[in-house]
Design a binder for this molecule. Structure first.
Ligand code: H2U
Ligand code: ZN
Length: 346
């Protein structure tokens, strides 16, 4: 018998191999998000911001008077570049030295403009830097993790629009899991998991949030966070540097539309952690087998009901598996119901 999606059920995440418990019967009547009064916009320049052009950072370095995207080496890197190869082989206290580098990427000199508020050319410039950094660091490291932590709720205290890049010799656990699952899908089903997902989601349409000729944003069937989205290319591509001029332009446009919807949902600068997954490099970079890979971005926003009410991953989630009341289909419907064109602050 087929699963009744109106009753409690579990959904499988083929990328991670995890499960999510969905409890739609607890959702009750569909609710509108409460809208709180918009928070005051930050100024375009903040003399106390360590990321604004011309300002001094905590470590004493002075930012140049940059006028586009600005990348610098993190003054407090979590990783060190020159690490000896060391391993403690121990069944209980196993460890290895980890080598890598950390960079900060300022999306714009304007302190007040987050991604949805940047012009398309500004978002396009960020994409070009993401691609160039991937190419440069991929030649030296096994994995290039590009991400953005946005909003105080996600532990980011500075509203200046910025992201980070961590390049590591090893593959992060999530990347390693995806690599294994994408590879297995190709072997078992003779196809690309995420291209097949895009085709099926477009046909079903109920979880689609944004779509253009090249890209698709969905609340995935297996989403754990209330308004989690997955940004997928509609063509085969393993890494960001491979994107053509047109594909970068269409990516800028879907990023702007998706993040505009996010901000409009609760009329707040929507917090999230987002990041790109792409085919890792080495250790076998000389003969890389990356056909099973497909470039994609995850958005993990914590909000549930309003600008203040967040979802906590606690209790059952920490001890068993993620659980949600709001169905992914309803979340996608709510994101479709707000504008992807006009930002609430415009
Ligand atoms: P988040 O706010 O997204 O955590 O990023 C800020 C990063 O900027 C953080 O990793 C770095 C911090 O180490 N930073 C500098 O490199 N220089 C500074 O002067 C302050 C913050
Ligand atoms: Zn600033």
């Amino acid at each position: 018998m087929a699963v009744d999606f109106a009753r409690p059920h579990r959904r499988y995440n083929p990328l991670t191999g995890g499960w999510v418990q969905v409890s739609p019967q607890r959702m009750g009547r569909p609710w509108q998000g409460e809208v709180s009064p918009p928070d005051p916009p930050p100024p375009s320049y903040d003399p106390a911001c360590y990321l604004c052009p011309g300002n001094t950072r905590v470590g004493g370095e002075v930012n140049p008077a940059y006028d586009g995207v600005y990348v610098f080496d993190n003054d407090f890197p979590a990783l060190a570049e020159d690490q000896p190869v060391e391993t403690n082989h121990d069944p209980l206290f196993h460890a290895e030295a980890s080598a890598g580098l950390c960079r900060v990427i300022c999306f714009s000199p304007d302190h007040s403009k987050s991604l949805p508020q940047l012009p398309l050319a500004g978002i396009r410039a960020v994409i070009d830097v993401w691609a160039a950094q991937t190419e440069e660091l991929g030649a030296r490291f096994g994995s290039v993790q590009i991400f953005e932590n946005k909003g105080a709720m996600m532990g980011c205290s500075n509203p200046h629009p910025h992201g980070q890049i961590w390049a590591t010799a090893h593959w992060g656990l999530e990347v390693a899991r995806e690599d294994q699952n994408l590879r297995q899908y190709r072997e078992w089903h003779d196809g690309s998991m995420l291209l097949d997902t895009a085709t099926r989601e477009i046909a079903a349409s109920e979880r689609v949030v944004e779509i253009n000729d090249d890209w698709l944003a969905i609340v995935p069937f297996w989403a754990a966070w209330p308004f989690e989205t997955l940004l997928l290319p509609r063509f085969a591509v393993q890494r960001m540097p491979q994107l053509t001029t047109d594909q970068r332009a269409s990516l800028a446009s879907i990023l702007k539309a998706l993040t505009t919807r996010y901000d409009n949902l609760f009329q707040t600068s929507f917090p999230y952690s987002m990041g790109w997954h792409q085919a890792p490099y080495g250790p076998d970079s000389l003969s890389p087998d990356i056909d099973h890979w497909q470039l994609h971005a995850h958005f993990y926003p914590p909000l549930l009901r309003s600008a203040e009410v967040r979802k906590f991953m606690v209790g059952y989630e920490m001890l068993a598996e993620p659980q949600r009341d709001l169905t992914p289909e309803r979340a996608a419907e709510m994101l479709r119901a707000v504008s992807g064109l006009v930002h609430y602050r415009a």
